[in-house]
Design a protein around this ligand. Sequence first.
Ligand code: G3D
Length: 182
Amino acid sequence: MGNSSAKLLLIGLDNAGKSTILARIMEPDESVNGITPTIGYKKDKFTRDGVDYYVLDMSGESKYRDLWQSNATTIDDKDKIHGIIFVVDSSDKMRIRVAKSELDLILENRSISNQIPFLFYANKCDIKGACTLEEVQDILDLKNLKREYQIVSCSGLTGKGVQEGIQWLTGLVKLMIESGSR
Ligand code: G3D
């Protein structure tokens, strides 16, 4: 039997580490130096455990942030998104708060189905003094999130936690595809 295919949206503020994490997911053993920042958005593909993923990697710069919403809505209407990966820089508390307000805007958007699971990467956990997983979870108020989610402490730089997160999401995506819910 061939692979299933699924679509993901990768979002987070600029500098959170989205491109680094994506590079790490795509090539776990490669060095992730020389990542180019995303302008607007870019599309990528990778395969994990029998799922061919199509990823829309959204720039986190403020001037592009309204694209998060419009892309999520358009793709979800047209093609159905299977998951949203939300990356935060856990070494920067102020920016996690900004990320929280952007997250709220996405969650308020009724055209993005609440069946879509969220994978949160609390990135840059290798930096001394970075917020703990619990602190990031509290700032983002995830305990009140009314959808399926997972938060993983990770480092795009060292690779710690990155595969664990995508494995969790892949498990759910497979169930969604098997059940025909997406
Ligand atoms: P973005 O795609 O969200 O904008 P990038 O972010 O992936 O371009 O990463 C922004 C910067 O953070 C890069 O540094 C990158 O190397 C660094 N970075 C990404 N993940 C980690 C991590 O887990 N730990 C640490 N310490 N740094 C990380 P530069 O210097 O190239 O801007």
